[in-house]
Write a protein that binds this ligand. Structure first.
Ligand SMILES: C[S@@+](CC[C@H](N)C(=O)[O-])C[C@H]1O[C@@H](n2cnc3c(N)ncnc32)[C@H](O)[C@@H]1O
Length: 290
């Protein structure tokens, strides 16, 4: 993490707080301080969930005011790492929402066969289950060898897990069911070996994957893509940040490229709504046409 470059805003002296009365101003100041000290920008995250997570971190750190939390975050990078984990909600699973993968096979795969080479950006990939699922799907569809997947997340710790490719064995039953419901036709167990530390997924699944840290809130576009996948990430952002990220995706997508958001998110009501046509309405899969 980088050293402070700017001065940090003054801390607000407060009495012991409860979750309900975490003041807007104190929250704003803390987020501003974190941004200036570390470059992590949570200033446009949805306020209710942000307050809940800050409150949880205050309790876990044993501090009773936001001012104390701010102080600790600024002086202890390890505390910042812990907050980062709280704020970046990493829940994920393999073939999560299987109908999404079925729709991807049906509506997106045929157009990918028309390209000699495909670049896919999986933004907010968390611990990588989504990336491994996509790699499996692409292998089965005969596309993996001519695809590069760029898998990014704000959180380096989850990326390290993604790279290791070892997932809890007890989840394999659920993942096998998801895989089948997502259109998988082989034995799911072909893709991993059961080891003492969990299910170790085949290294061939990450041969064409680049894992990298990228912050959707502040980093720029880094390539042009045929497909961008970003599911269950923007729900944590406020409208301004969602629009920024949509701008980033629009700029990063080739013409006729595919934006796959999953059923919780949409391009409707963003400044880019008219620039896409719907490929699958339920799974919120779009094609860029402008
Ligand atoms: C709920 S997980 C979604 C994982 C996966 N896409 C899925 O649908 O299963 C959200 C991920 O978004 C990441 N994230 C949150 N804010 C981010 C940001 N500003 N830039 C990049 N990734 C971010 C989190 O670290 C987390 O890993």
């Amino acid at each position: 993490m980088s050293a402070p470059e700017w001065t940090v805003p003054p801390a607000v002296v407060g009495e012991s707080e409860t979750r309900e009365d975490l003041g807007e101003l104190e929250v704003e100041l803390l987020l501003e301080a974190v941004y200036r000290r570390y470059g992590f920008d949570f200033r446009e995250y949805a306020p209710a969930s942000l307050k809940r997570r800050l409150w949880r971190r205050m309790t876990a750190e044993g501090v009773s005011t936001l001012t104390q939390l701010q102080d600790r975050l600024l002086h202890e990078p390890a505390a910042m790492e812990r907050l980062l984990l709280d704020l970046s909600i990493n829940v994920t699973s393999m073939f999560r929402d299987p109908s999404f993968y079925a729709a991807f096979r049906q509506h997106v795969v045929p157009s990918l066969h028309t390209y000699p080479f495909t670049r896919i950006w999986c933004a907010g990939c968390s611990t990588g289950e989504e990336v491994y699922s996509l790699a499996i799907l692409l292998q089965e569809e005969g596309l993996y060898d001519r695809t590069r997947i760029y898998a990014t997340d704000i959180n380096e710790q989850v990326l390290a897990t993604a790279l290791a490719g070892v997932f809890p064995l007890e989840k394999m039953k659920q993942y096998t069911q998801n895989y089948i419901r997502g259109g998988g036709t082989r034995e799911f167990s072909e893709y991993y070996v059961a080891a003492y530390d969990g299910a170790r997924f085949s290294r061939s699944l990450t041969e064409n994957v680049v894992f990298a840290q990228h912050n959707l809130a502040s980093d720029r576009s880094f390539n042009q893509f045929n497909v961008i996948l970003c599911r269950n990430v923007m729900i944590y952002f406020d409208k301004t940040l969602q629009d920024r990220v949509h701008g980033l995706f629009h700029e990063s997508l080739d013409m006729f490229g595919v934006l796959a958001l999953g059923h919780k998110e949409s391009v409707a009501f963003t400044p880019y709504a008219d620039d896409y046509e719907v490929v699958d309405a339920a799974e919120r899969i779009y094609r860029k046409i402008k």
